[in-house]
Design a protein around this ligand. Structure first.
Ligand SMILES: C[S@@+](CC[C@H](N)C(=O)[O-])C[C@H]1O[C@@H](n2cnc3c(N)ncnc32)[C@H](O)[C@@H]1O
Length: 409
């Protein structure tokens, strides 16, 4: 059957590209072919927005499809390798590279196999992460389904992709993960993150129940509810989830970083459901730098520095009318991953004096004296808070003549 391609303009703040892919089901009004090559979707733009755009040497786009991530990589990587299992996808990627005047090395093969033994400074992947029942006769789609059981593709990538990272290199991928029974999502993903052997920062952005997930992905291929095909897929999804006691499915962004020094990797797992806007690449780059600094410095180093509260941080005071003291004080970050937390009097005091002048150690001694509390427990509590704030970009190390820069720079 002849299938029509579709070209559309797409870009970032500084570039406009033409991207060609297969025509989506909304245009064809028919179920997609199994080797359908996806255009630019929500997941594509999510990954593109979260990727740090720091200049790098070699970059890899694993599961390139029509090449959308590779186009972004071309703006800040000296060399781009793009892989896919689909010959059709690689033909579109080659066409898009040509159309946009860029050069990529395109390689066909599954997951890590086409680049085994090589090192990259940046790896990005919007992999085929959709958890799909492996029931005979159900339609499968190369663009979203890696052919494995459950969330194995994502587990495999998280636990193995760091083998491709040069020292200081970053891998960033999207994924779905199963949440079993009443387990906290951090248990399974934490195991995968630790198994990666490098720093891992996982942000869970959404959680769907099995029924919502089944409906989303049964519809996604262009199948309409109330058709026998849809009903069969929906039932198969629910049965597959029930067989493994899957009670929810998480979606998130995983960032891995290979340290440049011999130390224990940092594993950080966060649930961030707040709406986020704008490119988050700078937040990821700063967040990695901050985590590296924290891993390589002691509490004494932290206390010896003056810290400066970032310009997008405010404190909300919730006061019962007629009362003088607030009942609740909340820290609210306006940008980044929109960190929020409730502050006790000591933490609110410390944040208020993070003016880039006074060291955290001196501030904490003064706060303990004002509160008439022994200094040791106050210091222990506030060091923990300060570490959280540094990681989240709520405070930054003050440097002479600046309004604050990342720790470690
Ligand atoms: C969700 S699409 C992502 C396309 C594009 N990178 C983007 O960000 O929109 C996943 C891609 O992975 C490819 N793929 C599926 N199974 C694969 C495998 N085992 N190894 C490598 N790529 C695979 C698909 O052909 C598809 O192009």
């Amino acid at each position: 059957m002849l299938r029509w391609p579709a070209s559309r303009p797409y870009g970032d703040e500084d570039h406009t590209w033409w991207v060609t892919s297969d025509l989506a089901e909304l245009a064809t009004r028919a179920p997609l072919a199994p080797d359908h090559v996806l255009g630019i979707g929500g997941a594509s733009t999510t990954l593109a927005q979260w990727t740090p755009r720091t200049p790098v040497g070699r970059a890899l786009d694993l599961g390139t499809g029509c090449g959308v991530q590779a186009l972004h990589l071309s703006t800040h990587a000296r060399a781009v390798v793009a892989t896919d299992i689909s010959a059709r996808a690689l033909r579109y990627a080659a066409l898009n590279a040509e159309l946009n005047g860029v050069t990529w090395e395109l390689r066909r093969g599954s997951l890590l196999e086409p680049v085994a033994g090589e090192l990259f400074d940046l790896v990005v992947s919007n992999p085929p992460f959709v958890i799909t029942p492996r029931e005979r006769g159900l339609p499968t789609y190369e663009y979203r389904d890696g052919g494995a059981h459950g969330d194995y593709v994502v587990e495999h990538l998280i636990t193995h992709v760091a083998g491709l990272l040069a020292p200081g290199g970053i891998a960033q991928l999207l994924g779905n993960w199963e949440i079993h029974g009443d387990q906290d999502w951090r248990e399974r993903i934490g195991d995968w993150a630790r198994a990666s052997g490098v720093d891992a920062w996982v942000v869970q952005r959404e959680v769907q129940d099995p029924a919502q997930y089944a409906e989303t992905w049964a519809r996604d291929g262009g199948h309409h509810p109330a058709t026998p095909e849809f009903a069969r897929m929906y039932a198969a999804w629910l049965a597959d989830f029930a067989a493994r006691d899957v009670t929810a499915v998480g979606f998130g962004i995983v960032t891995l970083h290979r340290p440049t020094t011999a130390r224990r990797p940092v594993v950080d797992l966060h649930d961030v459901r707040a709406p986020l806007t704008g490119p988050l690449g700078p937040t990821i780059a700063d967040g990695i730098a901050a985590r590296v600094w924290l891993a390589e410095h002691t509490d004494a180093d932290l206390l010896a520095r003056p810290w400066q509260v970032a310009g997008d941080v405010t404190m909300e005071h919730h006061v019962i009318p007629g009362e003088a003291q607030p009942r609740v004080i909340r820290l609210v970050q306006g940008g980044g991953l929109r960190h929020t937390e409730s502050l006790d009097t000591a933490a609110a005091g410390l944040l208020s004096v993070c003016d880039g002048e006074v060291t955290a150690g001196a501030a904490i001694t003064a706060i303990a004296a004002l509160l008439e509390e022994p200094v040791e427990p106050v210091r222990a509590r506030l060091v923990e808070a300060l570490r959280r704030w540094v990681a989240a970009g709520v405070v930054r190390a003050a440097t002479a003549g600046s309004s604050g820069s990342s720790p470690g720079t």
